[in-house]
Design a protein around this ligand. Structure first.
Ligand SMILES: Cc1cc2nc3c(=O)[nH]c(=O)nc-3n(C[C@H](O)[C@H](O)[C@H](O)COP(=O)(O)OP(=O)(O)OC[C@H]3O[C@@H](n4cnc5c(N)ncnc54)[C@H](O)[C@@H]3O)c2cc1C
Length: 477
């Protein structure tokens, strides 16, 4: 007789780890299937911003906040476009999740909590994070994971990939999976799918978002395995229409469709942090927005109107070396020194350099006359201190002295908004409206749209992934 786990979790990432640890704390026997050779999932790459209202840290810092205020703020940002029941549960659970992280040793960065402006900003300082991005969370989860592995409450099957689902009668009660020993069935009383999103599967993304270019910054394991298996079994994919990209992706190798947020990311999500010394031109060589627009979502929508959702940031060498008026170095690529920029320009992939604008236009395949005219018109605006086309206010630097640079920046995918439909108990729901007995989901598999709606509500991926994992870990038995 095959072993049956109390809870069988697929995916040992953000949500799966929280679920497994919480269930193991109750003495349950938890099986985990993980296709990778490590646990942690997207925590290895993510920025680690977690939003919550009414945490102990906020109280200690004298920041007045509450679940109600957080919820109101989310509704202001996304116009109540998310799943309201799930958003409410996520927001209510959020301070408990953050306090729990603190209880298990999480160290907040000293400046926390803060308002972060990378997306439409909250009105209150409710971003919580550690000094090692999302690895700060991983580092407090991992010792507990190891402790429960040692006690036998968590059994993790690494390098084991879910390839199907099986049921007895109406109830899904086993997972088909593949590893070096071949295909096997692993059984669970409850099956929790925490496999992440789908931004690293170009084919699946293309089917769900026809015509939208995919340049991905998602964690490489986000390949929609469970989405496809669920759809084969009657599950419902929804909220794809909420798709929003993030600005700043730079392909290290042009055309490979990959941008690594931690290796090369342009500081163009909002101008709150950095005033632009460059202009943005589209594939035809035209400007299309005020480069100093502070509203992150307005910027994203402006780029979504451009061919293939990318643009060139064009600037002159002095903009590269000059500090801003606050004395900050602040180059267009986050964390890159001028030396690194110079090296990359020599490589001539996403960053190119030429002595003349004509030479630059050839390298970036933009019509010569259009680019020179766009730059000349911008220089006139700098002289006059006025941008009649897009009303850019920051007009301090002309682009007149070579060498000139162009950096190709993509509206890229960090998190996927579409996902598999669940009810407010996190049970998967089928096309016919019935629950898929025995199956639950948490984390990005349910779609960022569930808790963030059609806008980016900052920090509303990691906190809900942890919270929903914990809710399932303490409620299933
Ligand atoms: C660069 C970057 C920055 C981000 N920054 C933030 C941020 O600051 N704040 C925020 O809230 N969100 C952020 N996010 C989003 C957030 O990190 C993710 O949405 C969240 O961590 C996903 O958690 P998860 O548990 O759903 O998936 P993951 O943590 O990715 O875990 C999924 C796990 O499932 C495994 N798996 C997948 N398929 C299978 C299969 N077939 N069989 C077995 N195992 C499988 C994977 O290997 C992985 O270990 C960021 C994302 C990225 C990529």
């Amino acid at each position: 007789m095959a072993k049956t786990y109390d809870i069988l979790i697929v995916g040992a990432g953000t949500s799966g780890m929280a679920c497994a640890i919480t269930a193991a704390e109750r003495g349950l026997c938890v099986g985990v299937i993980e296709k990778s050779d490590i646990i942690g999932g997207a925590l290895h790459w993510a920025g680690g911003h977690m939003s919550a209202g009414g945490t102990r840290l906020q109280k200690r810092k004298g920041i007045e906040d509450s679940e109600e205020k957080h919820l109101e703020d989310i509704y202001r940002i996304n116009g109540k476009s998310g799943n309201l029941a799930l958003t409410e549960i996520a927001v209510k659970e959020a301070p408990k999740t953050i306090d729990w992280l603190e209880d298990i040793g999480f160290e907040f960065a000293p400046e926390c909590t803060r308002i972060i402006y990378g997306h439409i900003a909250y009105e209150t300082a409710r971003h919580h994070y550690g000094s090692e991005k999302a690895m700060s969370s991983y580092k407090v989860l991992e010792p507990l994971w190891k402790k429960f592995e040692a006690s036998g409450h968590i059994e993790c099957h690494l390098n084991t990939k879910m390839s199907g689902l099986g049921r007895t009668g109406n109830r899904f009660d086993y997972v088909l999976c593949q590893n070096e020993r071949g295909t096997q069935e692993i059984h669970g009383k409850h099956i929790v799918l925490t496999t992440g999103g789908y931004g690293s599967n170009p084919e699946f993304f293309g089917k769900k978002h026809p015509g939208i270019p995919l340049v991905s910054s998602c964690y490489p394991t986000a390949t929609a395995d469970a989405h496809q298996i669920l759809e084969e079994n009657g599950g419902v994919f929804h909220m794809g229409q909420y798709h929003l990209p993030s600005l700043g992706g730079i392909e290290k190798e042009v055309g490979d469709g990959l941008c690594n947020f931690n290796e090369a990311w342009a500081m163009v999500m909002t101008s709150v942090y950095r005033q632009p010394r460059e202009i943005y031109v589209n594939a035809n060589g035209h400007r299309f927005m005020a480069e100093d627009e502070p509203d992150a979502e307005a910027r994203e929508h402006a780029v979504m109107q451009q061919p293939n959702w990318y643009f060139w940031a064009v600037y002159e060498a002095t903009a590269r070396v000059r500090k801003d008026e606050n004395g900050n170095h602040n180059p267009v690529i986050i964390g890159w020194s001028n030396e690194a920029i110079a090296e990359e320009a020599e490589r001539g992939q996403s960053l190119v350099k030429a002595d003349t604008l004509e030479g630059l236009s050839e390298k970036i395949n933009v019509p010569k006359e259009t680019l020179t005219e766009t730059v000349a018109s911008y220089n006139t605006m700098v002289d006059k201190g006025e941008d009649p086309s897009f009303h850019r206010k920051y007009l301090k630097d002309s682009i007149s002295t070579g060498p000139f640079y162009a950096l190709k920046i993509h509206a890229s995918v960090l998190v996927t908004f579409g996902g598999m439909k669940v009810n407010d108990k996190l049970q998967l729901v089928a096309q016919n409206g019935n629950v898929m007995e025995g199956l639950y989901a948490a984390g990005e598999i349910i779609g960022l749209g569930a808790t963030s709606g059609s806008s980016f509500c900052s920090g509303m991926a990691i906190t809900p992934a942890l919270s929903f994992g914990r809710i399932l870990g303490r409620s299933l038995s």
